[in-house]
Design a protein around this ligand. Structure first.
Ligand code: MG
Ligand code: ZN
Length: 174
């Protein structure tokens, strides 16, 4: 049974969810929060709910972005929207067959472990199908907040959708 009460932790996708998606961004100056992200995150922080980021960064495997540049970009996200209790990052490519690349559950399981909560008590908010598929695979609650890039089929298939982060967070807080 899916958990429907307040989550013990909320995990966010990075690109297209917390920050405007700049594909394979290696430039901290290009980090721009999604409107309302700071407010939504702070609302959860005020409730004492631990937060994390779960992000696929296959640009590392593809050689499109260095680990150093990725760290710098993530640090910028932290400056603008942090602090987060955990950053769980998959640097692998599709062909690596890792356990962490969403829609696999590895990032969510790792983040839940670091935060000391059960995955089934986590909520995951993301902008594409593989975010909420990973949530389901981990036994967590997934909420899709679509952007203009989100495929209609992914919206239809999502277990839950919300028009923006504020709405998603309000629903989680019940
Ligand atoms: Mg995304
Ligand atoms: Zn991985």
């Amino acid at each position: 049974m899916r958990n429907s009460g307040r989550p013990a932790a909320v995990l966010f996708d990075r690109d297209g969810t917390l920050v405007i998606d700049v594909p394979y961004n290696a430039e901290p100056a290009l980090v721009e929060p999604v409107p309302g992200a700071r407010t939504a995150l702070d609302r959860l922080r005020r409730e004492g709910i631990p937060l994390g980021v779960v992000t696929n960064q296959s640009g590392v495997a593809a050689g499109l972005i260095s680990v150093t540049a990725l760290r710098q970009v993530n640090r910028r996200v932290d400056e603008l929207l942090g602090p987060f209790g955990v950053w769980a990052v998959c640097p692998h490519g599709e062909a690596d067959g890792c356990a962490c690349r969403k829609p696999r559950p590895g990032l969510i399981l790792r983040a839940a472990h670091v935060l000391g909560v059960h995955p089934a008590r986590c909520a995951v908010i993301g902008d594409i199908g593989r975010d909420v598929e990973a949530a389901t695979a981990a036994g967590a609650r997934g909420i899709l907040v679509p952007t203009l890039e989100t495929l209609p089929g992914e919206v239809t298939a999502a277990p839950e959708t919300a028009p923006d982060l504020a709405t998603a967070v309000e629903r989680l807080l019940g």
